[in-house]
Design a protein around this ligand. Sequence first.
Ligand SMILES: [Zn+2]
Length: 235
Amino acid sequence: MSDPQPAHHSIKVVDAFDLDDELRSLLKPGEMMRDAQGRRHRLPRYFYEIPDHEAAVSIRLSPHFGLNEFVLVDLKEAPRLQQFPRYVPCAVRVLAFYLEQFRRDIGASVHIAVNGAYRSPSHKLSQTATPHMWATAADVYRIGTTILRGKESIEKYNGIAEDLSDDIHVLPYGHVTGLNADDHVHIDLGYITVIPREISEDRMEVPQENRPRFAFEERRRRERRNGAANEEPEK
Ligand SMILES: [Zn+2]
């Protein structure tokens, strides 16, 4: 049996403790951070490494969500984290799974905003811990062709999201915590960290050897093996 899977259909997983000093200082793997309520949460340590733009647009995390949709940021993100290779916590694929169910129940495309998914701890909007720093939250300003504005539409979509699973948390219309506004749907799964099965955890939190340690998470689903050739990505 030969392995027909091209290399770019595996996603490289890195332990952020093995990254260079600048990246470690920006991603802060394993550091504790307080949320707006003063509760402490440990920042993620294992990240997908996105080698280049081509990989960002070609790798799909679910049938309708590409990896690139979760790393859209502007100048509020640290400049080094806007350069390839880029890094996103492995829990992003759990978020993609739930957004896929959300999209199915709505029956329309779900558009994640710029700065609306993964934001590093060094992002200017990262004042206190939020699930965005775990890549387990998404801000949605547009569904299908509808720009979300007003209590009615936001509460409608919040309700659909909440009905999906008890894992899902939404921010109510009119919340004014921090920099959030009342013009979008915020969906989050809490502070989920994912340790890919290919990773061995028998390591101290400092590099112990000179060689880089990483793993490739195999993409298992048919549509991932075959790429998205049969299905146009949502715009
Ligand atoms: Zn949000």
